[in-house]
Design a binder for this molecule. Structure first.
Ligand SMILES: Nc1nc2c(ncn2[C@@H]2O[C@H](COP(=O)(O)OP(=O)(O)O)[C@@H](O)[C@H]2O)c(=O)[nH]1
Ligand SMILES: [Mg+2]
Length: 442
């Protein structure tokens, strides 16, 4: 099934307020579907001309003036959705917007759009693929500069093009295998299957490289930093300093923090989640003990661990693959500096805090380096992970001279996984879930 084969959308015409809700200077109301041209004629009394803006009085069905506004018309397929599209730019008053929406709702064949339905139609009409639709959602949700740039890159087709080139190479390999299969009854076998190995191996290697990059997902979802160390080391104080508020309770009583306290900050345009944890110690208190266990688990699955200890002890926590930054906290009050290691900091006097910020920023930037990384969502990773074993298998079978039918089937399955990544095939509920998270009017 191709993108166009999926073109089975309803015949109804949808409309929605595409600009933000509430009082504003202007509002944009968008209409998409077969009735869009009729809407322009009825509401604006205008024979629609594609891509020509016209300032018109807009009337309701009784001929009463709603507002004067700018009317734009895009003829299918040269529109965002691939259908006929009309756009009304009107004054952003609530009564104005409500008046036009009410009028549209009364016209035959029109109904309010569901969240993301314009983009979904664009997808179904082959105007963009699923990774680009996701990029639109990411662009709308982007809060940091890096997120914005990354969403734009993906909207421009950075991932689509790479996946497209993988598909081309696999299709070529498949054709070579199939040609060989066709010839296999004859004595002088063409042997073209041998040439399939090169493109297969290239795609295989490239996908492996992409799966090794995590930078793009970190830009979208953020880098996690766990603050860990013995009780009373000043962990919660450091978190509060970074948050600029009293997010975590600070006392001189060891064992105060028992559960995670998380705050979201931004470093160099990259979202960072700081997690305060219970101080690590052996304790008889069952609640604190759970907190300590959770702290250990959290440290194992994080990107960065800030290890705080006034005495500069070695990090005493399983850190998985995390980068560990050792810090000697409360350095203003430690008189006999032992032979421990780590940057000396003091939230109280500000000592070492600039260096700490610079150090952490550098690590965050390194982890969230988007250079060459194309997978921005877990969904992309899942799709490639499901293609990979088929490529492994196809290559292995080909190399040992195994049955070419098996090689062909594995290539087809890998191609299907790539098509799923682009949204050309696959379960509808994946689309339902994605578009449910969209704004109405997009
Ligand atoms: N002198 C000094 N005291 C600090 C500093 N940071 C935290 N403290 C104090 O150390 C105690 C424990 O701090 P807290 O943040 O709750 O430590 P946690 O148990 O590691 O979370 C509190 O009394 C803080 O006021 C610092 O930089 N210098
Ligand atoms: Mg604490």
């Amino acid at each position: 099934m191709t993108a166009s084969a999926r073109h089975a959308f309803s015949d109804d015409t949808i409309f929605a307020l595409s600009s933000g809700a509430g009082r504003a200077a202007l509002a944009v109301i968008r209409v998409s579907g077969p009735e869009a041209a009729a809407v322009v004629r009825t509401v604006a009394g205008l024979q629609p001309r594609a891509r020509v803006a016209a300032l018109r009085p807009l009337n309701d069905q009784a001929g009463q003036l709603i507002d004067r506004g700018l009317v734009l018309f895009f003829e299918a397929p040269a529109s965002f959705t691939g259908e006929d599209v009309a756009e009304f730019q009107i004054h952003g008053g609530q009564a104005v917007v409500a008046g036009l929406l009410r009028t549209l709702g009364q016209l035959p064949g029109l109904r309010p759009a569901r969240p993301g339905e314009f983009t979904r139609r664009a997808l179904l009409n082959g105007k963009l693929d699923l990774t680009q639709a996701e990029a639109i959602a990411d662009l709308i949700d982007s809060e940091t500069e890096q997120q914005r740039l990354q969403a734009l890159r993906q909207f421009d087709g950075a991932l689509s093009e790479r996946v497209g080139s993988w598909k081309d190479a696999l299709t070529e390999a498949l054709a070579l295998i199939e040609a060989d299969l066709d010839f296999s009854d004859e004595a002088d076998v063409s042997g073209s299957a041998n040439q399939a190995e090169a493109p297969l191996a290239r795609v295989h290697a490239d996908i492996k490289v992409q799966l090794g990059f995590h930078g793009a997902e970190r830009i979208r979802d953020g880098v996690t930093v766990v603050v860990a160390g013995p009780p009373n080391a000043g962990k919660s104080t450091l978190l509060n300093w970074w948050a600029g508020r009293d997010a975590a309770i600070v006392t001189e009583i060891p064992g105060t923090t028992r559960d995670f306290v998380e705050v979201d900050i931004e470093l160099d345009g990259i979202p960072v989640r700081l997690v305060d944890t219970a101080g690590l110690r052996d304790t008889a208190d069952p609640v604190e003990r759970i907190g300590v266990e959770r702290a250990r688990q959290r440290a194992q699955s994080t990107d960065i661990v800030l290890w705080l200890d006034p005495d500069g002890s070695e990090p005493n926590v399983p850190t998985g693959s995390a980068v560990v930054i050792p810090l000697r906290s409360k350095s203003d009050s430690v008189t006999t500096l032992s032979a421990g290691s780590g940057l000396c900091i003091s939230v109280l006097t500000g000592r070492g805090m600039d260096e700490l910020r610079a150090n952490l920023s550098e690590q965050v930037r390194r982890l969230a380096n988007p250079e060459g990384a194309l997978l921005t969502r877990a969904r992309h990773r899942v799709a490639l992970e499901s293609a990979r074993p088929h490529l492994d298998q196809a290559l292995a079978t080909l190399r040992v001279g195994g049955p070419l039918e098996f090689v062909a089937e594995d290539i087809r399955l890998a191609l299907r996984a790539l098509d799923e990544l682009l949204g050309f095939v696959g379960p509808e509920d994946v689309l339902d879930r994605l578009f449910a998270s969209f704004c109405i009017g997009k």
